[in-house]
Design a protein around this ligand. Structure first.
Ligand code: SF4
Length: 138
């Protein structure tokens, strides 16, 4: 079981092994691989910092509790039709993403995110919509 906040449900499909620090990447890769290998893994949807935020490096500007990040979380959960406190299998969340998100949503929901310009989040969303699932990150 992992604890995830709303916007990270869209970051995971776009994950290609990039991140804020080696420790952050190691943690995200472990979580990402677990979900890809076992889509029935239970996710608890949480408000605020989650199992990815906990490895955000303390030497970078902390944004995990910024108001606009909470707003992004809420908008994504609402669009997916799920709510804080729910326990949902990752595979079910992939289905919700496929049914309720289009690639252009990344540009509206995540317009202030610095990772958006890499294009991988749009690609990841396309992969989920086409049934490919999560990208293989070694
Ligand atoms: S643009 Fe940023 S917040 Fe949006 S899915 Fe990508 S990494 Fe996550």
């Amino acid at each position: 079981m992992f604890r995830l906040r709303g916007h990270h449900l869209l970051c995971l499909p776009g994950y290609r092994g990039m991140g804020y620090s080696p420790e952050y990447v190691a943690n995200m890769t472990r979580l990402h691989q677990a979900l890809r290998q076992s889509p029935n893994t239970e996710i608890v949807l949480v408000e605020g910092p989650d199992d990815l935020c906990k490895k955000f490096p303390n030497y970078l500007p902390y944004h995990c509790e910024d108001t606009n990040i909470y707003q992004r979380d809420a908008a994504i959960l609402a669009q997916l039709g799920v709510a804080i406190g729910e326990h949902v299998a990752w595979g079910e969340l992939e289905k919700a993403i496929a049914q309720n998100m289009i690639p252009n949503d990344i540009h509206t929901l995540c317009h202030t995110c610095s990772w958006r310009s890499y294009g991988v989040c749009v690609e990841g969303l396309e992969d989920i919509r086409s049934g490919k699932g999560l990208y293989i990150v070694e």
